[in-house]
Design a protein around this ligand. Structure first.
Ligand SMILES: Cc1cc2nc3c(=O)[nH]c(=O)nc-3n(C[C@H](O)[C@H](O)[C@H](O)COP(=O)(O)O)c2cc1C
Length: 228
């Protein structure tokens, strides 16, 4: 329970001079491959990047795509500040890119493939990523999600840079490194009693639109109380 509670997305404080042993990476990827997947389809593959120049190129692509992301956010919602989780991940000595192979959806029964291939495919990849993050936490390493890699520009650029063949999809990038954790880091969770219903849905706990807005304004990354 302590481990599950203490894992955090670490967006600042990666120690660039502290190397990550290869044995740790192997253990982390081994944990990830044991994740449950729909139909045991195991749609994941990993690219492990240690080369500093390649990591720097990835950061350059990140910066280029961020300009558009911020511009869109500004135009659509008049906000910009929270969309950029920063460049500190550049200091993590290892970047792991998780790829998904959509051909594996053939493992599902036909109806499942037709009506919910996406939730099964991405749910499987998400399980793999979470096991990877938890294994990193066990070993004292920090990480975060760089999910922008899946956006069209970023993924096309990465496919070209890293020679990723079609039809593989770029899913997430997870930097791995030892990090100094900030005392301001605060990523709150909703209270258990608020979100758990017993035997049937408890209408008294149903959230109104205003409740959701209040939640976004306090506990989500859009909120002023969220601490990176
Ligand atoms: C699907 C998914 C995509 C995410 N993408 C990003 C991202 O691109 N950048 C980032 O800094 N955090 C990203 N996050 C991390 C969440 O913001 C974070 O998990 C959440 O705020 C809770 O904080 P914690 O991970 O420290 O517990 C992502 C998380 C998930 C599950």
């Amino acid at each position: 329970m302590d481990l599950l509670r203490s894992r955090r997305s670490v967006r600042a404080g990666f120690l660039k001079d502290v190397p990550v042993p290869e044995e740790h990476i192997q253990q982390i990827l081994d944990a990830a491959r044991w994740a449950p997947s729909a139909g045991n389809s195991q749609p994941w593959e990993f690219i492990v990047i240690r080369d500093a120049q390649t990591r720097e190129k990835i950061v350059e692509i990140y910066k280029a795509q961020m300009r558009e992301k911020i511009e869109i956010e500004q135009a659509a919602r008049g906000q910009r500040s929270f969309v950029d989780s920063g460049l500190d991940f550049r200091h993590a000595p290892v970047h792991v890119i998780v790829l998904g192979d959509p051909r594996t959806t053939d493992a599902y029964p036909t109806r499942t493939r037709l009506d919910k291939w996406e939730s099964h495919f991405y749910g499987s990849l998400a399980n793999c990523v979470l096991q990877l993050l938890l294994a990193a936490e066990v070993l004292g390493l920090s990480s975060m999600y760089v999910s922008d890699v899946a956006s069209p520009y970023f993924s096309v650029m990465l496919k070209s840079l890293l020679h990723i063949p079609e039809p593989l999809q770029v899913y997430h990038l997870l930097p791995l490194g030892f990090a100094k954790r900030s005392p301001t880091m605060r990523h709150p969770r909703r209270a258990l009693e608020e979100l758990t219903h017993y035997e049937r849905y408890d209408a008294a706990k149903a959230r109104s639109d205003a409740d959701i807005q209040e939640f976004m304004a306090t506990q989500s990354i859009r909120g002023s109380q969220y601490r990176w």
